[in-house]
Design a protein around this ligand. Structure first.
Ligand SMILES: Nc1nc2c(ncn2[C@@H]2O[C@H](COP(=O)(O)OP(=O)(O)OP(=O)(O)O)[C@@H](O)[C@H]2O)c(=O)[nH]1
Length: 115
């Protein structure tokens, strides 16, 4: 489904990546880059979730940042006030949806940037 028709309604983007599927990191990066460079999403906070960390071969957070090209672009966990800057909030949180862990912190982080 195209995101186009929703663009003006988007408050945030949650980008879910399978951290255990390293073969598709390049594809994930390409898709993410497309969203990050989309003008209509320029000020929208991005939460990147690296899922399936219950699988032993899953990438670490640092690896995922690296493969997605985000090593120098994440804006910090916790409460980081970016309202006086032109910087778009962006963070990576690792999670396991089946184990119900990790994503809560990510959504909590993201909620501080949604008006
Ligand atoms: N081990 C594990 N499996 C998960 C987790 N979250 C989802 N899954 C499983 O992943 C499967 C579906 O996910 P994917 O096939 O990766 O996702 P998809 O978007 O449908 O497919 P792709 O576009 O091919 O990635 C289901 O069997 C889920 O149960 C998780 O945190 N850990």
């Amino acid at each position: 489904m195209s995101i186009d028709i929703y663009r003006e309604l988007v408050d945030a983007v949650v980008y879910l990546v399978d951290a255990a599927d390293k073969e598709r990191f390049a594809e994930s990066k390409k898709e993410l880059d497309g969203l990050l460079s989309d003008d209509s999403l320029a000020n929208v906070p991005f939460l990147v979730l690296g899922n399936k960390i219950d699988i032993p071969i899953a990438a670490s957070e640092e690896e995922l940042r690296y493969y997605l090209g985000l090593s120098n672009f994440t804006t910090g966990k916790g409460n980081v006030n970016l309202s006086d800057s032109n910087v778009r909030p962006l963070e990576v949180f690792m999670c396991s949806i089946v184990r119900k862990m990790g994503y809560g912190e990510g959504f909590k982080w993201m909620s501080q940037y949604i008006k």
